[in-house]
Design a protein around this ligand. Structure first.
Ligand code: TYM
Length: 331
């Protein structure tokens, strides 16, 4: 079993990233260890330059996201944690795989449409980014890719690229499978439950950031938009706000949606929102403490990333060499 996932170095990471990203990384790390497999987790800094960015902020967010990966439970002994730009195979794979990716399929990517809408400058990289992502996964022969639902279309593209390459040049890549959370695959903004929680596209009052102070978190949940009625019941169509909150509680405590509904039967929204805010504060507290410790020594953090890059480069090299060879490059 080989696991691969990536997370962009940008913005402050949210509870959405925790749900679709960080917590799934840790559970798949454990799964890979049980199956004597390998797990790779990458801060995809090359992806961060596809939307407007500042060099200083890129440096800072690369280290910050790396620290969150370790703070939420990735173990550098068991998982390979690294920065994408440290392993040059990623940039090479993106170029090579662009030969088997069509303009038409890239044009259908909804994330490109959303992120380019209304922008003065839309980089070519924003358009071709899914090819880089496909390369990230395929270079490691990953069979398991833990992600949130917003990455589903990109994962499908990676599968198509793998299959097309295999057909054209012979069996080379494992066709990867996406792993999505049962609850919390699409954590929504607390103020606007029809949009995803995201620090790049969300609305600040309703985004819960992993760095938020406890009182800010409590306030955000207390003032979260709910729907008319007072039943704590999961129904995405008629109760988007409360359904989102139930899913967040499920992510936080591990209780199922059914268990949560039963616990709050007849109690109304007030107590539920207070309990939820407190549960999130308690869950994040040890992660935040560990994050602060890790950020106190960026030299050590860089060292940890350098060790990860060495292991990742060695793992990616045989596949990259095979790709060049199969495509007909003189080596
Ligand atoms: P990124 O950095 O936007 O997000 C990292 C992970 O967090 C998940 N996520 C969410 N899950 C649930 N609810 C939300 N509101 C929410 N917001 C974000 C994302 O689904 C993702 O799993 N293109 C990717 C990074 C990437 C990658 C890869 C992922 C690059 N190469 C290879 C997997 C494999 C991205 O921008 O994720």
């Amino acid at each position: 079993m080989r696991v691969f996932s990536g997370i962009r170095a940008s913005g402050d990471k949210t509870l959405g990233n925790y749900s679709g990203g960080f917590r799934q990384y840790v559970s798949t790390q454990e799964e890979a260890a049980r199956a004597s497999g390998e797990a790779f987790f990458c801060v995809v800094d090359l992806h961060s330059i596809t939307t407007p960015f500042e060099p200083d902020a890129l440096r800072e967010s690369t280290l910050s996201v790396a620290a969150w990966l370790f703070a939420t439970g990735l173990d550098p002994e068991r998982s390979t944690v690294f920065a994408q730009s440290h392993v040059t195979a990623h940039a090479e794979a993106a170029w090579l795989l662009s030969a088997v990716t069509s303009f038409g399929e890239l044009r259908r990517m909804t994330q490109f449409k959303e992120k380019s809408e209304g922008q003065d400058f839309v980089s070519a990289g924003l358009f071709t980014y899914p090819v880089l992502m496909a390369g990230d996964i395929l270079l490691y022969q990953a069979d398991t890719v833990p992600i949130g639902d917003d990455q589903r279309q990109h994962l499908e593209l990676a599968r198509n690229v793998a299959e097309r390459f295999n057909q054209r040049f012979g069996e080379t890549f494992t066709v990867p499978r996406g792993v999505y959370p049962v609850a919390g695959a699409r954590v929504k903004n607390l103020q606007e439950p029809d949009r995803l929680m995201s620090t790049t596209r969300g609305a600040p009052a309703g985004d819960v950031r992993l760095v938020d102070a406890p009182d800010d978190i409590r306030r955000k949940f207390k003032t979260a938009v709910t729907d008319s009625g007072r039943e704590v019941v999961h129904d995405l169509k008629s109760k988007a706000g409360i359904s989102n909150l139930i899913e967040i509680l499920s992510v936080t405590t591990g209780d199922s949606i059914k268990q949560i509904e039963a616990r709050y039967e007849g109690q109304g929204y007030g107590q539920f929102k207070l309990d939820l805010g407190e549960a999130v504060v308690q869950m994040l507290a040890p992660f935040q403490a560990r994050y602060r410790e890790l950020r106190a020594d960026d030299v050590e953090l860089r060292r940890m990333l350098a060790r990860g890059a060495e292991k990742a480069a060695a793992a990616a090299a045989p596949t990259l060499a095979r790709v060049y060879e199969r495509m007909g490059f003189v080596r």
